[in-house]
Design a protein around this ligand. Structure first.
Ligand code: FAD
Ligand code: EPU
Length: 337
C-alpha cells in the first residue's frame, strides 16, 4: 500500500539538491497504486512524475502531488536471430538497463552509458550522448493517460523525437505517466565510434577489436572525466541545448570569431553552447552559491545552498550575454518547475 505523505522536502530527490517542499508525495511501485491515488484525490491536484530528478530545477515549493516512480522489471519481449526487443519498466535506472544489455551483448545503447535517471524519463527528452540517441533504438512505450487513467501505446512517430525533445515536452507535457519502454537491439552490433574521444581511449588501451563492453567502459571514463558528479556537486548535466544556426549566420560569425566550432546538421550548423558560454567569460565563475562549472561551462552547479531562483537568474544572465555577443538564443534543456 502506498502512503501519501504531506509537506515533504524534495532535496534528496533532485540532483541539483534544491531544498523545496512538495504539498504531498508518494512512491508508486505499480500503475494501480497511482490510479488509486488519483481516484481518491479529493480535488484534481497538480501532479508531477519524478524519476531520478536529474533534469529538473525546482524554483519554488511544489503545490501538488509528486509521484516518485519505482516501477521495476526488465524482460526480453521477443527475439530473432539478429535482433532482440527489450522491455523495461519506467522506474528502472537507465544505466542498469545499459549494463543488462551490455552483459547480454545486445548492442545499441552502450554509447548512452551512465546517463543519470530512469528509463521512463529517457523518451521525454530523447536522451543522447556520444553519437547516439534513444530514438535510434526506440520501438514503443506505454503510458498512463493521467486524465482518463487509461494506458496508451506510442510508437516512435507518435513520440515525435527531436534533439532533446519529444511530444512529452510539447503538447503532451504533464499529461502522461510513461510506464514502460521497449527498445530494439542488435545481437551482432555495429559499433558507433564516431565520437573522437572514444577512438582515442580505445587506442590508448590498445584495443583493436572492441566490443560493446569496451565502448561502454570508454564512455563511462569520458563522462567521469568531463562531467561533475551530482553526488559531489549539485547539477543537472547540460543546462542549455546546443543551438542550431544557419550556415549564413555561422559564416558571418567566423569572420569575427574564426575559432568558433560548428558541426553541420540537416538544417544548419550546431554550435556548442559550452563554447559560447565560455567565450562570454562564464566558465568557472562563481556567483554566491551557484555558477558555471570550471571544466564544463554548459553545466550550472549548486555549491551547496543555492536556491532554484538563483540558478534560474544566472541562466537568464548567461542567455543574455550569449545573445548580446553572438546574437544566438540558447534554450534551456533542464525542466524548470
Ligand atoms: P527527472 O529529472 O526525474 O524528470 C525529467 C522530466 O521527465 C520531468 O519533466 C518529469 O516530470 C518527466 N518524467 C520523468 N519520468 C517520467 C515518466 N515515467 N513519465 C512521464 N514523465 C516523466 N541527458 C542526456 O540526454 N544526455 C546526457 O549525456 C546527460 N548527461 C547528464 C549528466 C549529468 C551529470 C546529469 C545530472 C544529467 C544528465 N542528463 C543527460 C540529463 C538527465 O540525465 C536525463 O534527462 C534523464 O533522462 C533524466 O532522468 P530522470 O529520471 O532523472 O528524470
Ligand atoms: N566546449 C567549450 N567549453 C566548455 C565546454 C564545451 O569550448 O566549457 C566546446 C568544445 O569545443 C567541445 C564542444 O564544446 O569540443 C563539445 O563539448 P562536449 O563534448 O563536452 O559536449 P557538449 O556539446 O557540451 C553534449 C550534450 C551532453 C552529452 C555530450 C556528449 C547537449 C546539450 N549536451 O554536450 O549531454 O553528454 O554532448 O555527447 O547536447 C545533457 O544533455 O545533460 C548532457 C550532458
Amino acid at each position: 500500500m502506498t502512503t501519501v505523505k504531506n509537506n515533504v522536502s524534495l532535496k534528496p530527490y533532485n540532483t541539483f539538491g534544491i531544498d523545496i517542499a512538495a504539498t504531498s508525495f508518494a512512491e508508486v511501485n505499480n500503475v494501480d497504486e497511482l490510479v488509486k491515488i488519483q481516484k481518491n484525490a479529493k480535488s484534481k491536484n497538480q501532479l508531477l512524475i519524478l524519476g531520478g530528478g536529474s533534469n529538473i530545477l525546482f524554483t519554488k515549493d511544489f503545490e501538488g502531488l509528486v509521484i516518485k516512480n519505482n516501477l521495476k522489471g526488465i524482460s526480453v519481449l521477443k527475439e530473432t536471430e539478429t535482433e532482440v526487443w527489450v522491455k523495461a519498466a519506467s522506474g528502472e535506472i537507465w544505466h542498469s538497463l545499459v549494463l543488462y544489455c551490455v552483459s547480454k551483448n545486445y548492442g545499441g545503447i552502450e554509447n548512452l552509458s551512465l546517463i543519470p535517471g530512469t528509463v521512463g524519463a529517457a523518451p521525454i527528452q530523447n536522451i543522447g550522448a556520444y553519437g547516439a540517441e534513444l530514438k535510434d533504438v526506440f520501438e514503443s512505450l506505454e503510458a498512463l493517460n493521467l486524465n482518463e487513467l487509461k494506458i496508451e501505446e506510442f510508437d516512435a512517430e507518435q513520440c515525435r523525437f527531436g534533439y532533446r525533445d519529444s511530444v512529452f515536452k510539447q503538447e503532451a507535457k504533464g499529461q502522461y505517466f510513461i510506464t514502460n519502454v521497449t527498445i530494439r537491439l542488435q545481437k551482432f552490433p555495429e559499433l558507433n565510434t564516431s565520437y573522437g574521444a572514444i577512438q582515442t581511449i580505445l587506442k590508448q588501451k590498445g584495443i583493436e577489436h572492441p566490443g560493446i563492453a569496451d565502448i561502454s567502459t570508454a564512455v563511462c571514463e569520458i563522462r567521469n572525466s568531463k562531467l561533475p558528479n551530482p553526488a559531489v556537486i549539485g547539477n543537472a548535466g547540460s543546462f542549455f541545448k546546443n543551438p542550431e544556426i544557419t550556415k549564413d549566420q555561422y559564416s558571418e560569425l567566423k569572420k569575427t570569431h574564426p575559432e568558433i566550432p560548428g558541426y553541420p546538421t540537416e538544417n544548419g550548423i550546431k554550435v556548442p553552447a559550452g563554447w559560447l558560454i565560455e567565450s562570454c567569460g562564464w566558465k568557472g565563475k562563481r556567483i554566491g552559491e551557484t555558477g558555471s562549472h570550471k571544466d564544463q561551462a554548459l553545466v550550472l552547479v549548486n555549491y551547496g545552498n543555492a536556491t532554484g531562483e538563483e540558478i534560474k537568474k544566472l541562466a537568464a544572465e548567461i542567455q543574455k550575454s550569449v545573445k548580446d555577443k553572438f546574437d544566438i538564443s540558447i534554450q534551456t534543456e533542464v525542466n524548470i518547475i
